[in-house]
Design a protein. Structure first.
Length: 413
């Protein structure tokens, strides 16, 4: 492969069909943002849209806006839009609640679908909140359910006749390793288990086809690659074939068949609407919809192609320019087996990342020793990869990370 230079990467930027999307985001000058897999950048259209909801729809329309501005239909409308990004047909996705709350709902429903089984199977390095939710649900049910954890590569062989549900994050938050969704889903179904996917690091970043692989249930995040803002509403998916018989643990008024009849007893709504619980947070929904609309405007095939190229270039530049400083690639070497991030392990990862952030290269740290770099093709340029790696090289070569200020752990790492 020809040697990578900054000039060669600038040439790639000039030919990049996604380059115009950079103008749709607000990014500070002098910053290389490699943390969109944790919090997406601000779409330029978001402030005006949120201001419109605040000043006109809320300020002037007041309570009338539930009807006049279509507020009540927002969760389903945004859900259908997200569905187009994850291969889900209309009427199978709702924007609602947080990822953790949605996971609790979907996991409880999945367990109820397999009353004779007591095991929830997951990956040992799955995102902790997923594991905590599973532990909490098992304790709440008090029926002998257990969470069984194995390594990612052991998942297919571990799916046996006692497994009620396989609960996995499609792209691992810690390493970026990506499961073969069709193959794992097929293995779960062959063993009679329910398949539940967490798409937090997938939606808007990698191609997903929930319906095509016959997935049962899914949840996902609105503030990473969907750029919905900090704490944005999340989403959930229920395959159409399961909706009528789904038993949900949270039976809120918006999941009722007739919310404004104010009946004393619960009657589930038809379809995906029964998976909603409470009143939608309209300011968050407004911001999320802007981010989703931007994601929909970009061809997913082009996003994935650029992501694969950028993660490959970034890994190769680090290997070439930062060799001898103790970095170890912690993501799969094959770019096709990872999501839109590249991770490196180092004993002093936290301090190194703090030194990088102080110099305008923003990634993040994941305990115990991971430097995590998110690749967001809609606003990340190729030449920025060169700049980021040169900054990393300087931090390592000059041991800038040894500054005592970078050793102090902050509340959010």
């Amino acid at each position: 492969m020809p040697q990578i230079t900054r000039a060669s990467l600038e040439a790639l930027d000039e030919r990049d069909e996604l380059r115009p999307f950079r103008a749709r985001f607000t990014l500070p000058d002098g910053v290389v943002y490699l943390d969109g897999n944790s919090l997406g950048a601000l779409p330029r259209a978001t402030p005006a849209r949120v201001a419109e909801v605040v000043a006109r729809e809320w300020g002037e329309g007041l309570i009338r806006s539930w009807n006049d501005a279509g507020w009540m239909a927002t969760p389903a409308r945004i859900g259908d839009k997200i569905g187009r990004l994850i291969g889900a047909p209309a009427g199978t996705v709702m924007a609602a609640d947080s990822t953790s709350v949605n996971l609790f709902k979907m996991l409880a429903a999945a367990v109820a679908l397999r009353p004779g089984r007591r095991v929830i199977l997951s990956e040992r390095s799955n995102f902790p909140t997923d594991l905590y939710i599973a532990e909490g649900l098992a304790a709440l049910l008090g029926q002998g359910h257990e969470l069984r954890l194995v390594e990612g590569h052991e998942i297919p062989a571990a799916i046996g006749p006692d497994i009620a549900v396989v609960m996995l994050t499609h792209v691992n938050y810690h390493s970026g390793a990506m499961f073969d969704m069709p193959a794992v889903t097929a293995a779960a179904h062959a063993a009679g288990a329910v398949m539940l996917w967490d798409l937090a690091h997938s939606a808007g970043a990698v191609p997903v086809d929930l319906a095509g692989c016959d997935a049962d249930l899914a949840v996902g995040c609105g503030y990473k690659f969907l750029n919905g803002g900090p704490g944005a509403p999340a989403f959930l998916y229920v395959a159409e074939r399961l909706q009528a018989g789904l038993r949900l643990p949270l039976t809120g008024w918006l999941g009722h068949a007739a919310p404004f009849a104010f009946e004393p007893s619960y009657r589930p709504a038809m379809g995906i609407a029964r998976a909603t619980v409470g009143t939608p947070a309209m300011l968050g929904m407004a911001a999320l919809e802007v981010g989703v609309d931007v994601a929909l405007a970009a061809p997913m095939a082009a996003v994935r192609e650029k992501s694969l190229r950028q993660t490959t270039i970034f890994a190769e530049l680090v290997a070439e320019h930062c060799a001898g400083h103790g970095l170890r690639l912690a993501s799969p070497a094959d770019p096709a087996r990872r999501g839109s991030q590249v991770c490196f392990a180092h004993p002093d990862a936290y301090a190194i990342m703090q030194a990088l952030i102080a110099r305008g290269v923003i990634g993040d740290f994941r305990a115990p020793d991971i430097l995590r770099f998110g690749i967001t093709p809609l606003y990340l340029g190729f030449a920025e990869l060169w700049d980021a790696v040169q900054t990393l090289r300087t931090v390592l070569h000059d041991k800038l990370w040894q500054d005592p200020a970078y050793q102090v752990r902050r509340q959010v790492t």
